[in-house]
Structures are given as C-alpha cells and as structure tokens.
Design a protein around this ligand. Structure first.
Ligand code: SAM
Length: 291
C-alpha cells in the first residue's frame, strides 16, 4: 500500500530526523522576532518532540517545511502551537496567594476612601485561573458595595484564551480555591458527560479576554489601570524586552497603582517609575516622585 502524506500521521516514531543546529537557530530567530521569547539551546529536545507532533498532525516530514508554514502563517494559529510547545501555561487559582490578600486589602482601602471604579489587567492570563481569582477577590473585598469593575485578561495563546473564556474546570483544578469561595463562585455543570465547575456568570461578566502579544509595543489598550498582574511570563524574555514591557506597564498604570510580578521576577534596576512595596509588588510613582 502506498503511504500518502496524511497517512504518515498514523505512523509511530519521530516524524523527522533530528533538528540541525541551523534549523534550531531558525526556530529561535523566528520565535524571538515574533514573540520576544528567548528559546534556550537546551530546549532543543523539547522543541523537537513537540514540533514532531505538529509535523505528524499536519502530514509534514521536515522541520524546514514546518518553519516555512510558520513564516507564512498569517492567522498566527500555528505560531501559538509553537509558543505552547516551548513555554508553559502552568497556572492555578490563587497562585502566589499573598498577591490576592494584598489586592483584597488595597481594594477595601480604596473603596472605603470613595473609589467606585476599578480597572485591573491580568497580563498573561493563561487558562483563566488568575483573572478569575482576581474576580473572586474583588467580589469578597467589595462585599456588595457598588463599584464599576472590569478585569482585562490577555495572552498570546488563542488556545489558552479559549479555555479561559469557557471558565470551566475539573474539580482537581479547584484544589486551591477555599471551600467557601467554591460554593459561592462556581456551579456544577456536565459537559459531554464530564462533571465540571463553571465560574458563575456574574464573575465571568467582569472579565474581558483579548489576545495580546507582549512583543507588539505599544499595547493597543486604553488604561489607566489600578493594578496590573504580569506574573511568570517575563522569565521568557531577555532584559531589553522586559524593560520595554515595564515601560508599557508604567504608561498604563495610574500613579499609586500597583504592578504585581511573579515571585521569581524582579523590576530592580529596570525602572525609575516604581517603588518596591515588597518583593514582587511595586507601586507606580507619581510623575516627578522618587522612590
Ligand atoms: C506560566 S503562564 C503564567 C500564567 C499566570 N500569569 C500565572 O502566573 O499563573 C505564562 C503565559 O505567558 C504567555 N506568553 C508567552 N509569551 C507571550 C507573549 N509574547 N505575549 C503574551 N503572552 C505570552 C503564555 O501563553 C502563557 O500562558
């Protein structure tokens, strides 16, 4: 039997021979140019394995052919596959929970002082656990007080954004949601025979999901935000890209607003526009103010 291109998708084993150094360099260059992600040389095995899966799914037999597809991919969908292959979307509800304790306190303080409008940005929201944790925190902090509240949640990956937008999670993913919150903020639904927890519509309506690539500066977003979460994403970028991002965050934050980064990330030495409140929490200074 003659094996056609599509049929090769059914065969076992790698879809192509090992990636050459030149091919790896071409993938690194493309990824960096389009997303700012710095792909380390030691990721070759991972890239090979993941790209191999794509080759098989597309009935392709060489890394070069796939590279050409990526170069001419106007929709950006194939690039998303590559990004998902080399970066991690790992996240969970109330990850680095001191940030949510901080947010709850600051929102309580602001609203008691008369603030009745809040804008929060979850930059690199992955599958939605971060923006929904923000929504749950605001819900608890506001305790029924009237406040015009909106959360913008962005990511480059359309795959994770679709999951986030659906707002449905298996029970195992809710292990870090306190029981009381789970009861108030989720409802059980059955989808294709699977029992899932769905974020309640009133919380979901607070969150607006959009695709945004950190590399594409200036960000097409209207500020000003009270709080920006950008956690566990800057680790993928080199310092100049991180500095450009931090400049954008400073531009889009209100003076007195806060930027929250991952615990393994820091802004120290990168910007004069922020004051360290505690590691990973930074306050946007007023223009002319010094830290
Ligand atoms: C590890 S997740 C972080 C999720 C969440 N912020 C947290 O801390 O749990 C990193 C996210 O960054 C996104 N990402 C990677 N490169 C990006 C880029 N150039 N622009 C926007 N998002 C990007 C990935 O798609 C991924 O969802």
């Amino acid at each position: 039997m003659k094996v056609g291109r599509k049929d090769t998708a059914l065969l076992e084993g790698p879809a192509a021979d090992g990636m050459t150094a030149g091919e790896l360099a071409a993938y690194q260059k493309l990824l960096f140019a389009q997303t700012g992600i710095v792909l380390q040389d030691n990721k070759q095995a991972l890239v090979e394995a993941r790209v191999s899966l794509r080759l098989r799914a597309l009935g392709m037999s060489s890394y070069r052919e796939y590279l050409e597809l990526l170069r001419h991919d106007r929709s950006g969908e194939e690039l998303v596959q590559l990004i998902d292959a080399v970066s991690t979307n790992v996240t969970h509800f109330f990850r680095e929970d001191e940030h949510f304790t901080f947010l709850g306190k600051v929102v309580d303080h602001w609203t008691k002082a008369g603030v009745n409008r809040l804008r929060i940005w979850s930059a690199a929201c992955s599958t939605g656990e971060e923006p929904y944790s923000i929504a749950m925190t605001l819900d608890a902090a506001l305790r029924g007080r009237r406040c015009d509240t909106k959360i913008l949640a962005t990511d480059i990956s359309t795959r994770v954004l679709a999951e986030a937008q659906a707002g449905r999670y298996p029970e195992t993913r809710l292990s870090t949601v306190p029981e009381a919150r789970r009861r108030v903020c989720f409802q059980r639904v059955t989808v294709d025979g699977e029992s899932l927890y769905e974020v309640n519509p009133d919380l979901r309506s607070l969150v607006m999901f959009r695709r945004l690539n950190f590399k594409a500066i200036p960000y097409p977003i209207r500020g000003a935000f009270d709080v920006i979460f950008c956690r566990n994403a800057m680790i993928y970028f080199d310092r100049p890209q991180r500095e450009r991002m931090v400049l954008e965050f400073a531009r889009l934050l209100k003076p007195g607003g806060f930027l929250l980064v991952g615990h393994a990330e820091t802004l120290i030495g990168m910007s004069e526009s922020f004051r360290v409140i505690r590691p990973s929490i930074y306050e946007r200074l007023k223009d002319g103010e010094r830290s």
